[in-house]
Ligand binder design. Structure first.
Ligand SMILES: *[C@@H]1O[C@H](CO)[C@@H](O)[C@H](O)[C@H]1NC(C)=O
Ligand SMILES: *[C@@H]1O[C@H](CO)[C@@H](O)[C@H](O)[C@H]1NC(C)=O
Ligand SMILES: *[C@@H]1O[C@H](CO)[C@@H](O)[C@H](O)[C@H]1NC(C)=O
Ligand SMILES: *[C@@H]1O[C@H](CO)[C@@H](O)[C@H](O)[C@H]1NC(C)=O
Ligand SMILES: *[C@@H]1O[C@H](CO)[C@@H](O)[C@H](O)[C@H]1NC(C)=O
Ligand SMILES: *[C@@H]1O[C@H](CO)[C@@H](O)[C@H](O)[C@H]1NC(C)=O
Length: 653
């Protein structure tokens, strides 16, 4: 593997420990800019994907530097003009422009590393692209990106888009590995470097014109962005489970839902009606799949700090095993939010359906719904660095240390997301030592169908016990561990966080078509010795599984209820966990290896939440704050180890 020196040499000290002793307006300004940079880099990449959906090749090419390199598998182009041409030519009629065509490009799961001087960055991402020309032609492509970025005149650009093609195929018959067994895509980071929350800058901060009021404004904008992201993602998780009461709670009293070409509903009653009409009654019953994963979310907070927009891609994976009905939906949403009495709420959900397709037919011939001709406006991702609020540099009524704490909370959001995805990439590649390294000294991880292992060393050994020590790095099959749609709750002091994410698992192999599984991750992360570390990781799996590509998610048959519960993973007799899933008790009892009756799709598995409704505080049916094994292992709690437990509801408790 190749690693650039700049990324290996970063000292293991966080900017925040570094500035503690010398917090000045200039050092704070530099650190604000670095957290903003991480976000802008993510947004540039997500904008690339959002533009692709409408064949906006020229706009996509403008996201590259003048010498920018575009590599798409074996296709390359240099410079914006050539890149635009290449994008157009390789898409053909599967461009999102031709009537009935589809070009939904999803780029997710970022691990972003900023250079020490803050002027360049690298990013690893997963991608999947769903394409069709509306005249029978289809293509699905998937792979991993290793990208480069550069700051030019205060704006971030792509210097290298490096897409490594890993799977590809038409809708009918599905996808296979590209080129046989798949090599590892070289990582731009090492296990040792993961979790460094933005490297220590070189030298003293450069003098700036920054004012405390201006910096406070920029930090608030990032804090607000975090809240809006959480709200949008929480909304998505409630939609999946048809938790209509929780969905309605998220709206302001004058809220509304607008589905293009379908209709507008407003007020609590109208919103509930719209949900029921489109997706069915409250709650899931056996065989119902209502998943609408959210991808590529970009948030724009208005300078007034009272309004915000969130634009992203929603993919409906919908069905009913009883009738064997199954369908796809490809939607764009551009939602409005308002802040009322310090609390963000949904004001308007605005969905543009692009394609609705029967699972067994695919989207080759276009949509079952009326053709869409509306392009929802893209968001402005440029960070507003011009300090909106000027003021004297020597103001003493603004507490710089509190500003720094608030900045640390937003940096924690990105740090937690970074760890989550670093974990996902090591899980894809079964890099066991990489896994272990991501954990805190006393961190713990659930091994599926087995139990919890504590300490990096034991987590690594459990991975070997489960997957073997002698694996080829050329893989004939891969199960990907996408962790999109995080809801990240950060503690007041910014030193710990909980993260809920979806596990979306596309698979690929040389011999048969890949398909999808869905599960939920419950993580906690901590800042330990200046690095973000995983504290607790639980996977609740599976909520649904595709029987095969041909059958999809609606082909499953109910489990024989008199059959015995499946046994826990056999390898735990050789390498026993610190606590088994049985030992954890009720919380894991319905999952494979747990103490109770196993629930398997198409039966509806219990859905756990570690937070209450972010607007109303409503308790979910299955509520489990804190770490999953913590009732059985209270000494594993964050609070037993010098960390704060993040607030789980809107009242801050
Ligand atoms: C490029 O890759 C595609 C598969 O992604 C393959 O079909 C094609 O033959 C390759 N072209 C060349 C010139 O290698
Ligand atoms: C994410 O992890 C990478 C890999 O070690 C590290 O270089 C980077 O600083 C981290 N980024 C954030 C935002 O924490
Ligand atoms: C598209 O429609 C044509 C003609 O109706 C049909 O023969 C073909 O199988 C369809 N293709 C797909 C991918 O649905
Ligand atoms: C701040 O600086 C200005 C001059 O730049 C001066 O007039 C004012 O008295 C100072 N205020 C404080 C609180 O030091
Ligand atoms: C690892 O596997 C390869 C191929 O399966 C085999 O040739 C080799 O002997 C194995 N090495 C060890 C140490 O088991
Ligand atoms: C269900 O499982 C029981 C116990 O293993 C077995 O006797 C029975 O034949 C199974 N029924 C079906 C329909 O497979």
């Amino acid at each position: 593997m190749k690693f650039s020196r700049a990324y290996l040499l970063v000292a293991i000290v966080s900017i925040f420990e570094h500035v503690q002793s010398s917090l000045t307006l200039d050092s704070l300004a530099r650190d604000v800019e670095r957290v903003e940079s991480i976000r802008e880099i993510k947004d540039v990449t997500k904008t690339f994907a959002q533009l692709a959906q409408f064949g906006e090749w020229r706009e996509m090419s403008k996201l590259f530097t003048s010498e920018g390199l575009f590599e798409w598998g074996n296709q390359t182009a240099v410079g914006p003009q050539a890149i635009a041409t290449k994008l157009r030519n390789t898409a053909g009629n599967m461009d999102g422009i031709h009537p009935g065509s589809l070009n939904t490009m999803i780029i997710e799961n970022p691990v972003i590393s900023l250079s020490e001087d803050g002027q360049s960055a690298k990013g690893r991402w997963n991608g999947i692209r769903f394409m069709g020309d509306g005249a029978g032609g289809t293509l699905i492509q998937g792979g991993t990106y290793e990208n480069g970025y550069q700051l030019v005149d205060g704006k971030w650009y792509i210097t290298h888009l490096g897409y490594h093609a890993m799977y590809s195929g038409p809708y009918k018959g599905g996808w296979r590995n590209v080129g046989g067994a798949l090599p590892l895509v070289p990582y731009h980071y090492t296990p040792e470097s993961v979790g460094i929350p933005i490297p220590t800058p070189l030298g003293d901060p450069s003098p700036t014109e920054a004012t405390a009021a201006g910096l406070s404004h920029r930090i608030s904008r990032m804090n607000d962005e975090d809240d809006v992201r959480n709200l949008q993602h929480a909304y998505g998780f409630y939609i999946d489970r048809r938790m209509w009461s929780d969905v309605v709670d998220l709206f302001a009293s004058d809220g509304s839902v607008h589905i293009r070409n379908v209709g507008i509903h407003s007020g609590a009653g109208g919103i509930r009606k719209s949900l029921e009409e489109r997706m069915g009654p409250e709650g899931l019953t056996q065989g119902i799949n209502n998943d609408h994963p959210i991808f590529g979310l970009i948030v724009e907070v208005h300078p007034n700090g009272k309004q915000a927009l969130a634009r992203g891609i929603e993919v409906g994976m919908i069905g009913d095993t009883k009738t064997r009905a199954a369908s796809w939906e490809f939607n764009v949403f551009r939602n409005h939010f308002v802040k009322e009495n310090g609390l963000w709420k949904l004001k308007k959900v605005d969905v543009t359906p692009l394609i609705v397709a029967d699972y067994y037919q695919g989207w080759g011939n276009g949509s079952l719904a009326p053709l869409n001709d509306h392009v929802p406006h893209f968001l402005d991702i440029t960070v507003q660095k011009s300090d909106a609020l000027k003021g004297p540099r020597n103001r003493t009524d603004i507490d710089l240390e509190d500003l720094e704490r608030r900045l640390r909370r937003s940096a924690a959001y990105d740090g937690a997301e970074n760890n989550s995805h670093a974990y996902g990439f090591y899980a894809d590649d079964l890099v066991c030592a990489g896994f272990g390294y991501l954990f805190a000294k006393k961190g713990h991880k659930a091994s599926p169908f087995a139990g919890y292992f504590q300490t990096p060393e034991r987590i690594t050994q459990a991975c070997f016990a489960s997957y073997g020590t002698n694996r080829s790095t050329l893989r004939s099959s891969i199960s990907f561990h996408w962790r999109p749609q995080p809801v990240i709750l950060v503690s007041e002091d910014g030193r710990s966080a909980t993260l809920r994410a979806r596990l979306l698992q596309p698979s690929t192999s040389t011999t048969k078509a890949g398909s999808f599984n869905n599960a939920i991750y419950h993580d906690q992360v901590v800042l330990e010795d200046g690095k973000w570390r995983l504290w607790s990781v639980t996977i609740d799996e599976f909520y649904w599984q595709s029987s095969s590509w041909e059958g999809g998610w609606s082909a499953a048959n109910p489990r024989n209820s008199s059959a015995p519960n499946p046994a826990p993973a056999a390898w735990i007799s050789k390498y026993p966990p610190d606590i088994s899933l049985v030992g954890v008790g009720d919380r894991e009892s319905t999952f494979r290896g747990g103490s109770g009756n196993f629930i398997e799709w198409p039966d509806i598995q219990r859905m756990w939440f570690q937070y209450r409704n972010p607007v109303s505080g409503r308790l979910p049916e299955y509520y489990w704050p804190g770490c999953v094994p913590c009732k059985a292992k209270p000494e594993w709690a964050l609070t037993a180890n010098g960390y704060q437990e993040p607030a789980t509801g809107p009242d801050g408790s």
